[in-house]
Write a protein that binds this ligand. Sequence first.
Ligand SMILES: NC(=O)c1ccc[n+]([C@@H]2O[C@H](COP(=O)([O-])OP(=O)(O)OC[C@H]3O[C@@H](n4cnc5c(N)ncnc54)[C@H](OP(=O)(O)O)[C@@H]3O)[C@@H](O)[C@H]2O)c1
Length: 310
Amino acid sequence: MIKRDLPDGTPISVIGVGAFAMGGWMWGAQQDDDSRAALHAALDAGVTWIDTAPIYGDGRADALVAEVLTIRQDRPLVFHKCGHRLVDGQRVTDGSRERIIADCEQQLRAFGVECLDLLQLHWPGPQPIAETAGVFAELKRAGKIRRVGVSNFSRDQLAAWTAAGGPLDTVQNKYSILDSQAEADVLPWCAEHAVGFLAYSPLARGLLTGTWDDTKVFPPGDHRGDRAEYGSERRRQLAPLLAELARIAEEEDVPVAAVAIGALLCTEGLAGVIVGARTAEQGSLLGDYAYPLRQRDLDSIAAALTACGG
Ligand SMILES: NC(=O)c1ccc[n+]([C@@H]2O[C@H](COP(=O)([O-])OP(=O)(O)OC[C@H]3O[C@@H](n4cnc5c(N)ncnc54)[C@H](OP(=O)(O)O)[C@@H]3O)[C@@H](O)[C@H]2O)c1
């Protein structure tokens, strides 16, 4: 597994495992035993960090991650989040001092540790960014968090965070072949400021794995079934791209998902890619994904994207 350094010099596997679907919320039925097996398989495959959040199943994913860590001899890092939760089934985003401190304390207790490896603000809240940045600085000074991250931030919001004296180690934003906006703004900002970019939804939630055919249906409760971006028309539109990913995968003898992720790995500023896994098989495949592509493959993927209409 390829490793990259976080800004403080700590090496991490370039692929991390994400626990979003393990919470069940938004992803249809999920068995806890499958989630446990996915986590173990990912760690056995060389992954050294797990990304989780309180909102993933209202604590269910956090609890599974904490449980698995009590069994492991290795010590993977946990990338926690805060400031985004479910209240009566609705998402609430809150970057207030009270909420950030309460979320931090709750995760210290849930994981039985005195200091969190990384605490990320899940989404920018309605409060002024300077107020939230100040709370993270306070938690770091108090030794409650080792590193600080933000997520779903624009370049301007990142500038506001650092201008307010907010410490910053990582930025976690959406990034895939199909969602490459970060290349134009946040990734260059991260490279310039020596902050590690963590890519989420790199497989476009499964669409780029090459495993969906025309008969693909999503189970009840799976958000992908309600969104046109994962629907059959979109998949037809993306046929030239999906065919090109499959061609490269066959030529290189790697999974299609490895090609979709490999296309991201050479981008400057990128520290890690978070891949969601919900079964042992998906977890064990993460070991095959640290596979940076050659320029000629990047060029043919870009051409295939153009053939899809953008
Ligand atoms: N900060 C944020 O706001 C934010 C937002 C989203 C995600 N994230 C983080 O990023 C992580 C990854 O993002 P994501 O889960 O949204 O999307 P993703 O990694 O692009 O896709 C994950 C999904 O793809 C499918 N999949 C995975 N491996 C596969 C394989 N080998 N073959 C076929 N299908 C496969 C699985 O769903 P099925 O098997 O059901 O198809 C899995 O749940 C999350 O777990 C979370 O930690 C953060």
